[in-house]
Write a protein that binds this ligand. Structure first.
Ligand code: ASP
Length: 315
């Protein structure tokens, strides 16, 4: 195990499998670095950081669809001087039946040091971390975890809510049960001092009240009242989420967000969504495009968060 200096603390792992492995100090140092790298990139002042990963190869292995995560990891790797190789799983030997581990070993033998892995099977990144010499960055495993999404959400929320999440209440609305984003967000945001209220159809929020600092609200109004920020989640239709509710139309009627309903939250509370949205289902297009929406900032912060993680793990 290598210990990676973050300035204030150390990361003691070679992998990023979920955010629950990070202490509060690690999380805060990572968020600080993400914001710094984002700003330096925006102003064209990355300087020495542009060479931080010279000679390093990062494989991108996305076994599930992705736009934001894949593109931002690729850009992040390149900004830091690494070579990024997209395994284009659909066009690779995977369709000839090559197993996940064989594909990962092949990547390792070509000289790659790191893999960014997205897979439909919860636990797949853990398996690869155990079975190969690659450093593994979990880019989403089934309904389990999506650590870099949690980091970018935390950067976005921290900045929008005055620099700290201590004592803040974040409402997470929708398909919590099937959402890897929700699980990782809950770990990260509660560790940073926030309280979480989850709201959604009963089958999608059942059991979440057992988490420390998480409360399940019986309805949308109760979920939003007192919320400093509101995170809406995509209905995970590919994970058969629709089977647990009557219809998407009914879902929107009870749990969909619009400007009027958002007024149940604290004045000015911003709204987030990890994307992609099911248009008009989780929130209205007007709200998504409004000044209250942080959706665009989440995407921009995703590049900074992935640059931070890549540079910490590859150090
Ligand atoms: N893009 C996020 C994920 O891969 C959120 C979503 O797809 O709903 O989990």
């Amino acid at each position: 195990m290598t210990a990676v200096a973050t300035g204030r603390q150390t990361w003691t792992s070679r992998h990023l499998l979920d955010v629950d492995q990070l202490s509060r100090a690690d999380l805060e140092a990572t968020l600080d670095l993400a914001a710094k790298l984002r700003d330096q990139r925006t102003s064209g002042e990355l300087g020495e950081a542009r060479k931080r990963l010279t000679g390093h190869t990062v494989g991108l292995a996305f076994y599930e669809a992705s736009t934001r995560t894949r593109v931002s990891f690729e850009l992040a790797a390149r900004e830091l001087g690494a070579t990024a190789v997209d395994l284009s799983v659909v066009g690779s030997s995977v369709i000839k039946g090559e197993s996940l581990i064989d594909t990962m070993l092949t990547l390792e033998r070509t000289g790659a040091q790191t893999v960014v892995l997205r897979h439909a099977m919860a636990g797949a990144p853990y398996l690869v971390a155990r079975s190969t010499g690659l450093r593994v960055l979990n880019a989403g495993d089934g309904a389990h975890a999506h650590p870099t999404q949690a980091l970018l959400d935390a950067v976005t929320l921290r900045e929008a809510l005055g620099g700290s999440l201590d004592g803040k209440t974040i409402a997470i609305i929708g398909d919590v049960a099937h959402s890897r984003v929700a699980r990782s967000d809950i770990h990260a945001l509660t560790r940073l001092g926030a309280r979480i209220v989850v709201g959604g159809p009963p089958a999608w929020v059942a059991g979440f009240g057992a988490w420390p600092a998480v409360r399940v609200a019986p309805g949308l109004r109760e979920a939003l009242e007192g919320a400093d920020a509101v995170m809406t989640l995509r209905v995970q239709l590919e994970r058969a989420a629709g089977g647990a509710i009557g219809s998407l139309r009914e879902y929107t009627r009870s749990w969909g967000l619009d400007e009027e309903r958002l007024s149940w939250a604290k004045p000015g509370a911003p709204i987030l969504h990890p994307g992609p949205t099911n248009e008009g289902i989780e929130l209205t297009a007007e709200l998504a495009a409004s000044e209250r929406s942080l959706i665009g900032r989440q995407v921009t912060n995703g590049v900074g968060a992935r640059m931070a993680v890549l540079s910490l793990l590859a150090a």
